[in-house]
Design a protein around this ligand. Sequence first.
Ligand SMILES: Cc1ncc(COP(=O)(O)O)c(C=O)c1O
Length: 394
Amino acid sequence: MENRAYFELLNEVLRKDGRGIPQLVVDLDRLDQNIATLKAGLTTVSQVRLVVKSLPCWPLLQYLMDQLGTRRLMVFHQPFLLELMELLDEPADILLGKPMPIAAVSNFYETSVDKSHTIHWLIDTEARLDQYLELARRLGVRMSINLEIDVGLHRGGFRDEQSLSKVLSKIEQHPEQLHWTGFMGYDPQVVKLPSFLGSVTQHFNKANLRYQRFIDFTKGDFASLWHDEMILNGAGSPTFLLHQQGASPLNEVAVGSALLKPTTFDIPGLSSFLPACWIATPILKKMRGTRLPGLGLLPNWLDLLFPHLRESYFIYGGYWKADYYYPSDLRLNKIFGPTTNQSMLNASGRYPLNVDDYVFLRPWQSEFVLLQFGALLPYREGQLLDHWSILTGQ
Ligand SMILES: Cc1ncc(COP(=O)(O)O)c(C=O)c1O
C-alpha cells in the first residue's frame, strides 16, 4: 500500500522544499478519504465531536470542522482550552474530556474573556461539584456541567444511581450557578478486553445498558433537569462505528485519532481508515557496514546472516513514539540504543539512501507526538502546501 513510488516522491519533495529537520507530514488526500469514510459511517449517531488532544493543530481542526460540519470539540488540557478561546472565530461547543482541577478552572476564568463559546465542564464526584459551585458563586457565573459516568472502563465517574442522585439534587438546588447538559461515558474497553472475558458484542451491550440505566434513572427521578439539548457523549475512535450498528444510548460520538490513524488504531474496526501522517527525518550520516563503540567494525560475513547490517545511518533525532516505516528494512540499532539526538539505524542497502534523504516513521499515537514537531506539513499530490502550527499546550 505505502509503495516505493509514494515515499520516493515524498522524499524528493522534502529534499526540495523541506527544512531539513524532523517534520510531521499529513497527507491530505488520505485525510480526505478518512473524512469520507467517517461521514459514510455516521448513520445512527450522526453528530461528531472532534477530540482535540488527538488532533492538536488549529488549521487541522478548522479543516475538519468545515469538512465534517461540526462545531463540537472535546478538550483535555486547560492550555488548549485557553488557546482555542483565542483561535475560534465562530461559537463552538466544547466538552471537557476529563475533569479539571478547580485551580485550572479558576485560572481559566481569570485568563479568558471570550464568553461566546459554550464550555461543558466535566464532573466526576460530588466533592468536585462542590468546588465548582463555590467558584460559580464567587464569580457570579452559571456553569454548564456534564457528568462523567462509568460504563465499564473504571477510570472514574459516577458508578451508580445513588452517587448520581446526590449531584443531580445539588444541581437542581442551584439553577443560578449550575446547568446540567448531559453525560460522558467513554467505552474503549469494549474492543480492548481479551476475548476470554467475553465478546465485543457482549461488552458493547453491557456498556450501553449501563449508559441507558443512567438515562432512565435521570429521566424518571430528575425529569425537571432533562431538556432537549442534552449531550449524550460517548465512544472514541475504537468504538464509534459500533454505535452505528443499531440501538445506541448516545446522541454524539467523539472521534480524533481515526482521522490520522497512528499505529495504535490498526484495529479490525478501523480497517477502512488509512494512515495519514508520517514523521519524516533526514539522514545525517551514512556508513558502509556497522561500526559500534567498543566493538569496532563488525565483520563482513555477518552481513550474510543479518543483511540489514550492511549499511548504517545516523538520523536527525529519533526515539519518538513511532515505528520506522519506510524504507521497510530500516532497523534501529539496539546495541547503540535509541537517542533523541541522533539515532543509529541499519539497513540492507536494497533502497538507495544517502545523506539528506528522508526516512519515514509512523507514530503510535497522534496525541503528544504531534506536540513535538511545532507544525504539520499538509501534503497533497506531490506538494507541501503550508505550515500548520501545532497548539503550544503551554
Ligand atoms: C473521554 C474520551 N473520549 C474520547 C476519546 C477518543 O479519542 P480518539 O478518537 O482520539 O481515540 C478519548 C481518548 O482518550 C477519551 O478519553
